[in-house]
Design a protein around this ligand. Structure first.
Ligand SMILES: C[S@@+](CC[C@H](N)C(=O)[O-])C[C@H]1O[C@@H](n2cnc3c(N)ncnc32)[C@H](O)[C@@H]1O
Length: 341
């Protein structure tokens, strides 16, 4: 088989395509062959490890697409699978000891023979929580064999020494900051800062941000945030404060204000969200520079739009996202980017 048939697939949260394409163009010399709302295909090149710097993607995989590559065909032509898996294992970027094949008909003799072959050939144990993830699926009209290049998703960040329940996906945090154009700004405030995902992603993406401030009303969340910030090496650049949004804290004026708004699933279960969002919008009106930008991530987007006084604010971006929760269902949050009129 010819390696010219290989492609690289970047997968990401559905809706982040614009940011992913921008990041690929800015940080790499890969050619974008095709793009969808939750994936892009790039030309293959053996130095695909360079793509691991991308902050907006969930994973990098090596893929082959062909009309023929259904499980029955692959079970008779196992060298096809070997070539793709070799490409990743021989790189030695990660150490793989377990594997999982995801595919329709897992109990069929064909898929069982594929799994047995991979286990024997690569000395890997089959496991649900696997290091090496192999996926065989029909994508549009073609069959696709894809193998994820890293054990952990790239959305996993090493600065997260504590994972707060209700914390934001770091790839979405990166995207929200990009929509607010943080690389061109000097002062940045994160209300409802939680475990500091937005602050850390902003600090890591832009060395030019001179002021990074976050506040939260929960001491335990501030403690978690402090630990993550320390791990990210940003302790000198990020300041955390304990404030309640209802106090309308006076912290100064900022070029960017961002918030991942609390919404009843894990955080603020019994709160009056309308009152809270109104307090936040009032706070932003007073604390944002005249030409500043407000970036919001929320699941309660109807409520947020209701409380946003459209005589004072204009929405310049509204981005629909779709992401899986832990319980086999989906969330449909939105990103809003707003400016004062
Ligand atoms: C959705 S979480 C933010 C998660 C954060 N983006 C992260 O990645 O960790 C919302 C945060 O708002 C805080 N919060 C809730 N009510 C608040 C209030 N009245 N004033 C200030 N912060 C509040 C919670 O403590 C929580 O940390």
């Amino acid at each position: 088989m010819n390696k010219n048939n290989f492609k690289i697939k970047l997968s990401f949260v559905k809706g982040l395509n614009k940011i992913v394409v921008k990041e690929v163009k800015e940080k790499t010399s890969y050619k974008i062959l095709e793009q969808g709302v939750d994936f892009v295909y790039l030309n293959f090149d053996k130095n695909f490890g360079k793509l691991f710097v991308l902050k907006s993607i969930g994973s990098v995989s090596i893929v082959l697409n062909d009309l023929l590559y259904n499980p029955a065909y692959l079970s008779k032509h196992k060298s096809i699978l070997k070539e793709v898996i070799d490409e990743i294992i021989n790189k030695k970027i990660d150490k793989f000891s377990t594997f999982k094949v995801s595919c329709a008909g897992l109990d069929s003799p064909e898929v069982k023979s594929i799994s047995k072959y991979i286990g024997d050939e690569f000395k890997l144990k089959e496991n649900v929580e696997a290091d090496l993830k192999i996926n065989i699926a029909k994508v549009n009209d073609l069959w696709e064999v894809s193998v994820q290049a890293t054990r952990r998703p790239l959305s996993f960040r090493s600065y997260k020494i504590v994972n707060m329940s209700g914390a934001m996906d770091p790839t979405i945090a990166y995207a929200l900051n990009e929509y607010c154009n943080v690389k061109k700004k000097k002062t940045y405030l994160n209300a409802f800062s939680g475990s500091a995902t937005l602050l850390i992603e902003a600090g890591l993406s832009s060395q030019d941000l001179e002021t990074l401030v976050g506040f939260d009303n929960d001491k335990s969340h501030l403690t978690l945030a402090y630990q993550n910030i320390k791990q990210a090496g940003l302790i000198r650049r990020i300041k955390l404060l304990e404030h309640d949004i209802y106090e309308q804290p006076k912290i100064g004026k900022f070029d960017v204000i961002v918030a991942d708004l609390p919404f009843g699933m894990v955080i603020s279960k019994n709160e009056d969200l309308e009152k809270m969002y109104t307090a936040f919008v009032n706070f932003a009106e007073n604390s944002l520079e005249e030409k500043g930008v407000l970036g919001v991530y929320t699941n309660e987007y109807r409520l947020f739009k209701e409380v946003l006084d459209l005589s004072k604010w204009k929405i310049i971006e509204e981005v629909d996202l779709k992401l899986p929760t832990n319980v086999n269902s989906y969330l449909y949050p939105k990103i809003f980017v707003c400016k004062k009129i």
